[in-house]
Design a binder for this molecule. Structure first.
Ligand code: SAT
Ligand code: MN
Length: 588
């Protein structure tokens, strides 16, 4: 009798018809062999991976994708639930039958002449009751190697799966990388994702957004937990006490910088547990606990430099574990190293740009793609927390939400209680960025909990689920909203950001410990003061950063109402009450 895992592999072999099947064991030798294959296999005369200068970034490889395949494609991403209402207005919907017909048509026999990599992987520590078993099949050796960095691939997963039929099924093929034949279909009820036509991270590394957020959020609703688009950090104070925070920000909002922050205060230290995804459970003691289901970081390269994120540079230069991949950066030909805008002030004089052409700075275009990425093991991070892999997770004392807003949203405010925190998170807005295709850069889009593209079911039901979780938590974390991106009338950032954000985090810790005061405002609690020693910022600027402009908020309420209206009566009464309360306070 074959096991459910063997049956799945056989079924996929019959369906996709690869020439070869390779089942990953996760070993070091395997990684070497796969890298060799990736160096030899070419697409349009370009090897899938080429080795970079190990003196600059040790153990690192370069990948250039098709130029039509550089970001997630939200408009081609579907949640295929039996009814449209279950998927909600926040998702593209297709009926499971129609979606399967479409995908079967595209994928039947699509691996002819290719190798099917079977990638058994675990999200979370095998010892953890919160961990999940998964298998992805893919015809991309880049995906196989990336998954090996991003999750726990191989033996541990195969063993944990054992005879069980309870595992996620990810079915992926790059196909012919044609955007007209590209779909990412989610089947939450079947614990399955089918993805065709893209090799890009969020479309192809199915453990990431597809499983660990969209499918997992659906499972979380059923099973009583939360799958969130959040970093996890532990902030150590001089007395050694560590306070654990979660943080949710829309893509490319400084989330990764916060995950590896170096506080400005002596004696304070940020320990990194996760940079993108958190699975959150209510423990037996009624406390919220979070684990990072991932094992690597898939970060945006541009803007990452010694001065903006020195710890990430140190991570990328560390070769203790796993090779590091760079995708769609440019190449400095003088020394065969990856380069991107923000890595150094000087622009190297002889570069190949992300599309493989000689870089001509006079054209004024960036050399690296704005969404070029690195894929690196979290174990390479010098700030990795000792608790990173704790099967129980870490106890959460604060949740930080944020967005990128030029106006309206103050530097920081604290919600009075869980329900008002859920309301605050539900109204996050952020100016759009280069990480997504299908939105125009620079307009404000509502992105509740930074989950709009990742919530695998109706967002109205998701808000309700958040409120339900609050009822189960005995000692709820404090919920904060931040905005590092306020601009003045000349378009200049008002807050320095980066390391100075630790000044705001310090206030949060003091609030959690009951050591700092706060003033009540129309939208929540705000600092009476922040520790600003050594910072050149005027009192007038701080007053604006820490104030509520009622006219701005009146406009904001209009946008919130418009957004809420999309969900009709799915918006929980608690949130409508919060909104009405806000309207009263700002004089509507
Ligand atoms: O979707 S990815 O995980 O590839 C990148 C992102 O956060 O947008
Ligand atoms: Mn993300």
């Amino acid at each position: 009798m074959s096991t459910p895992m063997e049956q799945f592999i056989k079924e996929m072999q019959d369906f996709l018809q690869p020439d070869k099947v390779y089942i990953m064991d996760g070993s070091e030798e395997e990684a070497k062999a796969l890298i060799k294959i990736a160096q030899e296999e070419k697409i349009n005369d370009t090897p899938i991976l080429s080795e970079l200068n190990g003196d600059i970034f040790p153990n690192s490889y370069y990948h250039r994708s098709n130029s039509n395949d550089v970001a997630r494609t939200e408009h081609l991403t579907f949640v295929c639930t039996p009814t449209k209402e279950e998927a909600g207005p926040n998702n593209n919907w297709m009926s499971p039958n129609e979606a399967k017909d479409k995908m079967n048509g595209l994928m039947k026999g699509c691996m002819k002449g290719r190798t099917m990599y079977v990638i058994p992987f675990l999200m979370g520590n095998p010892e953890s009751k919160y961990a999940k078993n998964c298998i992805e099949v893919s015809d991309s050796v880049y995906v196989a190697l990336s998954m090996r960095i991003m999750t726990k691939v191989g033996k541990a997963a195969t063993e944990r799966i054992g005879n069980s039929s309870d595992f996620f099924k990810g079915i992926h093929s790059v196909g012919d990388i044609n955007p007209d034949r590209r779909f990412i279909m989610h089947f939450p009820q079947e614990n399955c994702v089918m993805s065709y036509g893209s090799g890009y991270g969020g479309n192809a590394l199915l453990g990431k957004k597809c499983y660990a957020l969209r499918i997992a959020s659906y499972l979380g609703q059923k099973e009583g937990w939360l799958a969130e688009h959040m970093i996890i950090i532990g902030v150590e104070a001089p007395d050694g006490k560590i306070t654990y925070f979660l943080g949710a920000f829309p893509s490319a909002c400084g989330k990764t910088n916060l995950a590896l922050l170096q506080p400005v205060f002596p004696g304070y230290k940020v320990w990194t547990l996760g940079d993108d995804i958190a699975w959150i459970n209510v423990g037996e003691d009624g406390q919220l606990y979070a684990i990072n289901p991932e094992a690597g970081m898939f970060g945006v390269a541009p803007g990452t430099g010694e001065n903006t994120n020195p710890m990430m540079i140190a991570t990328l230069k560390n070769d203790k574990f796993f090779p590091t991949l760079f995708t769609n950066t440019s190449i400095d030909n003088s020394n065969n190293s990856p380069w991107w805008e923000g890595l150094s002030k000087e622009i190297p004089s002889d570069m190949t740009d992300w599309q493989g052409n000689k870089y001509d700075a006079s054209l004024g275009k960036p050399a690296a793609h704005a969404n070029s990425r690195f894929t690196v093991s979290i174990h390479n991070s010098p700030t990795l927390s000792k608790e990173y892999d704790n099967p129980k997770g870490v106890p959460i004392s604060g949740i930080i939400f944020g967005g990128r807003r030029e106006t309206t949203i103050p530097l920081v405010y604290e919600s009075k209680d869980w329900n008002s925190g859920v309301f605050t998170a539900s109204i996050i807005g952020s100016e759009t960025t280069a990480a997504m295709i299908g939105g125009s850069v620079g307009t404000v889009r509502r992105d509740p909990m930074a989950m709009l593209p990742f919530c695998g079911y109706n967002m109205g039901d998701y808000f309700k689920h958040w409120l339900e979780i609050g009822k189960k938590v005995k000692n709820p974390p404090k919920i904060f909203m931040v905005n590092w991106f306020r601009k003045d009338e000349n378009g200049k950032f008002m807050w320095p950001g980066f390391r100075d954000n630790s000044r705001v985090i310090k206030w949060m810790i003091d609030r959690i410990e009951g050591k700092a005061g706060a003033k009540e405002t129309e939208i929540g609690l705000m600092p009476e003061s922040l520790e600003l020693d050594g910072l050149n910022i005027s009192k007038e600027t701080m007053d604006i950063l820490l104030s509520v402009n009622k006219d701005d908020w009146k406009k904001e309420v209009g946008m919130i109402e418009e957004f809420y209206a999309k969900f009709g009566d799915k918006i929980p009464a608690e949130l409508t009450a919060q909104l009405n309360d806000l309207k009263k306070k700002i004089g509507i």
